[in-house]
Ligand binder design. Structure first.
Ligand code: GLA
Length: 522
């Protein structure tokens, strides 16, 4: 006899009842209440200030920062003790001007008020040589557009970073990846022909007619712009790279108004004599020194897939972050999705991350994303389950990873935004203490990560690596904690209760529970 399958879906669109087959012997009632899958609660109507509490900037350089804040607009912003060289637009919340000349810590209090209430948050600008004090947050075009990205795609992404609300949570870099330059030997008029002008400067592809105008648009929204090249003669997609033009290119990027450079090894292996540590470091050290001498702050993102244990020297050559592995998008699912394999490799490198220099396990590939194996096919919905997506974001935040989304910005759905935009999860990533979580336990079925936070609390992730639900525990002894702890469910932004010795939860297949433990007095 055939069974009756009834599927109930409680989505935003209402109730869908589907009877999949008929028969009387058995009934399989599957409830998929999609709205209850949404872990992040709606932000309050009152203003809630987000974003890092510390921010590094070099003396005298241009400064631009859009204060991330949720709540019903209009919001009126103010900043107490803002240095005189900076000004705040009280309507947009954008701070601009020049970084003070005198090195030191400038402690500012940001406030935001609307008709419903007000909130305040500390924000310290640390003026000195170190930038990138918290991991960069933003978007990179690669997994959405590959070799056909255009100026308009980047503008649309920037616009969407504001309109989707992502910028209100701290996302701010809008990064152009490979293929904006000219391609040697190409007979396509849009990217063929001379790769450089008479002064040796890059010629851009016809898809990017005016880089200065593009960064000006991104900056007009209070956001920042990122660009990509390779130390080799060719980028990974075989476009013009910076080999033997490093200084001219860095100055060009600064003149165009870029705020971040991703420097991708690609063809450099063909021009270096060997692969000694010095060979691996040389191109990054060279570019790091050039960037440090510019009159503009440019975050330096090393991309060389972890060669020569880059986490041990990435900071020393001027890097603010360094990819620790190969491309996440090229990972194939075994029983565990690719982000788990990359994340697990990155998780053991916690000793090497810290304020100003971060391990980078690559982008957040959720929402509508393209397959790098067929880059001409349109992006499609991620195959990751909802549980896996929350695990992904939990893991990246615990690991203090750069939070760079690379799915389509113009087709963001409610669920994807729910994963990307949880203020308490992001606070863990951006925490001023700058620690990457340590692995407390790892076996075939479970991973436990623990990240100490500036306020003395700790964030803990219980990850179920198994293919079925499992009961996982965080016990205070194993975490090095003493006494009763208040346990907060970070995703749901709710206190669960106070526990004497441990916390136990059933975690779904490949899922994660992310908690914050706050020491109780007495
Ligand atoms: C490499 C990088 C990717 C992307 C492509 C572009 O594979 O790791 O992130 O930048 O190059 O060609």
């Amino acid at each position: 006899m055939r069974g009756i399958k009834i599927l109930l879906r409680m989505g935003r669109a209402g109730l869908l009842l589907a009877v999949a087959s008929s028969g009387l012997s058995f009934v399989n009632l599957a409830l998929h209440a999609q709205s209850s899958d949404l872990r992040t609660p709606e932000p309050p109507a009152t203003p809630h200030l987000n974003g890092p509490k510390i921010y590094g900037a070099r003396p005298g350089h241009p400064f631009l920062y859009r204060i991330p804040c949720t709540g019903v607009r209009p919001i009126s912003f103010a900043a107490v003790h803002l240095p005189a060289s900076l000004k705040l637009d009280s309507h947009t919340g954008v701070i601009s001007g020049a970084v003070p000349i005198a090195a030191g810590r400038y402690a500012i209090t940001l406030t935001a008020a609307n008709a419903r209430g007000r909130s305040a948050r500390s924000f310290t600008i640390v003026v000195g040589q170190q930038i990138g004090l918290t991991p960069q947050m933003g978007w990179n075009d690669w997994y959405s557009y590959y070799g056909h990205v255009t100026d308009q795609d980047i503008r649309d992404a920037a616009t969407a970073m504001i309109s989707s609300g992502m910028a209100d949570y701290g996302y701010q870099y809008v990064d152009i990846d490979d293929t904006w330059a000219r391609k040697p030997g190409s007979d396509d008029p849009s990217d063929g022909g001379a790769t450089r002008d008479a002064n040796g400067n890059f010629r851009t592809s016809a898809r990017f007619p005016d880089m200065s105008a593009l960064t000006a648009y991104i900056h007009s929204l209070g956001l920042k712009a990122g660009i990509y090249t390779s130390p080799g003669p060719l980028t990974c997609a075989k476009f013009e790279g910076s080999y033997q033009h490093e200084s001219v290119d860095a100055h060009q990027f600064a003149a165009w108004g870029f705020d971040l450079l991703k420097y991708d090894w690609c063809s450099y292996g063909k021009v270096t004599n060997g692969k000694s540590l010095e060979d691996l470091q040389m191109p990054y050290r060279k570019m790091g020194q050039i960037l440090a001498g510019l009159d503009r702050d440019i975050i330096f993102n090393l991309c060389q897939y972890g060669m020569g244990e880059v986490w041990k020297w990435g900071r020393e050559v001027g890097g603010n972050s360094w990819r620790t592995t190969g491309d996440l998008g090229m990972e194939r699912n075994t029983s565990l999705p690719g982000f788990y394999r990359i994340g697990l490799a990155n998780s053991v490198l916690s000793d090497y991350a810290g304020s100003g220099g971060w391990n980078d396990p690559d982008y957040i590939l959720i929402g509508q994303v393209g397959d790098p194996r067929s880059p001409d096919s349109p992006p499609h919905a991620t195959a990751l389950t909802h549980e896996e997506q929350y695990s992904y974001m939990s893991m990246w935040s615990l690991m203090a990873a750069p939070l760079i989304f690379s799915g389509e910005m113009t087709r963001l759905d409610t669920f994807t935004l729910n994963v990307l935009c949880n203020s308490e999860v992001i606070d863990i990533d951006q925490d001023s203490l700058g620690k990457q979580a340590k692995v407390v336990k790892k076996n075939d079925d479970e991973l436990i990560l623990e990240k100490p936070l500036e306020d003395g609390s700790v964030a803990v992730g219980l990850f179920n690596l198994a293919n079925e639900p499992r009961v996982l525990s965080a016990d205070w002894l194993g975490l090095g904690l003493k006494g009763r702890q208040m346990v907060r469910d970070v995703w749901r932004q709710q206190n669960i209760g106070s526990f004497e010795k441990s916390y136990t939860s059933t975690v779904s297949a490949h899922g994660a529970v992310l908690i914050r433990l706050i020491r109780r007095r007495g």
